[in-house]
Write a protein that binds this ligand. Structure first.
Ligand code: PMP
Length: 282
């Protein structure tokens, strides 16, 4: 539990932070969020997370509080909670209005909430996990980091019920992403990941892994992998701010490669750890 959370201009004990039942976030999931990892007290790839926050707000036509505001908010949040390794959570909804109406009736003041939670930081190669293949039932604007996560939650519940860490989603025969992660498929030493269109969230970790792969001379194709080719994969891994680079050893009955962590994945895990160390030391 954080000591102090931010809500609409106030710093409060978490249990004291309350929002109106008329908040459009509560009534309509009319809002967006952002999650920023923090290593050794330093937000990681912050400018990319803030750029995505701005894009999400713009997509919903919610006015942003501005770059300086977000920077100070995160600084304050980390100082008040003495967070070394953490995940910062920021949520913005369109605001509250007493009449429930799909279209807001007047100009509203957005509800801004920010909190932080401890994140165990690891430096090893994570054990390969199991995933399950499920049809992507979500809406067609997955590029917006919307707080409406019903599809993602239902898919995660289904994955959990069959003992998988994460569902890997497919639409029209192509792999889109995980329910809270992006994916990279490795075939003949080259990486394949879905392009950043409306069908996936443009993950910041995804972007960073592409950067690291290019530095290592590993070819990257932003081209979705076909479900029918899954059995031929050499390696597969997921990326997200909280999981970083997570090897997948098995999807349902399909063993990926040898079922362990492949060489390319391992190389990228180490490169990722090194960049965490380097960027947070600056
Ligand atoms: N896709 C979805 C649907 C997600 O929810 C997330 C993480 N929130 C990601 C991808 C990964 O994004 P990031 O690397 O920015 O954490």
């Amino acid at each position: 539990m954080p000591e102090s959370v931010y809500l609409n201009g106030e710093w409060l004990a978490p249990e004291a932070a309350k929002v109106s039942v008329f908040d459009r976030g509560f009534l309509f999931a009319d809002g967006i969020y952002e999650v920023v990892p923090v290593y050794q007290g330093q937000p990681f790839l912050l400018e990319h997370h803030l750029a995505r926050l701005e894009r999400s707000l713009a997509a919903l036509a919610i006015e942003s509080a501005g770059q300086q505001f977000w920077l100070e908010l995160i600084d304050d949040l980390l100082a008040r909670n003495q967070s070394d390794n953490a995940l910062v959570y920021i949520q913005v909804t369109r605001g509250a209005e007493a009449k429930r109406s799909h279209l807001p009736q007047g100009p509203l003041a957005p509800t801004i909430f920010a909190s932080v939670s401890a994140m165990p930081v690891h430096w090893d190669v994570p054990a390969p996990a199991q995933a399950t293949l499920l049809e992507d039932i979500r809406w067609l604007r997955c590029d917006i980091k919307s707080i409406s996560l019903l599809g993602n939650i239902m898919l995660k519940q289904q994955a959990q019920a069959c003992g998988a860490l994460e569902p890997i989603l497919h639409r029209d025969g192509l792999i889109t992403e995980g329910a809270s992660s992006n994916y990279f498929a490795v075939k003949n030493g080259e990486l394949y990941t879905a392009p950043t269109d409306h069908l996936i969230l443009p993950g910041i970790t995804r972007m960073w892994v592409i950067e690291l792969a290019r530095e290592l001379g590993i070819p990257v194709h932003e081209q979705a992998f076909a479900v029918t080719d899954l059995a031929q994969l050499d390696e597969l891994f997921l990326t997200s701010s909280s999981r970083e680079v997570q090897p997948i050893g098995q999807i349902d009955d399909i063993i990926i490669g040898q079922g362990g962590c492949g060489k390319v994945t391992e190389q990228l895990v180490h490169a990722f750890h090194a960049s965490k160390r380097q960027l947070s030391a600056q």
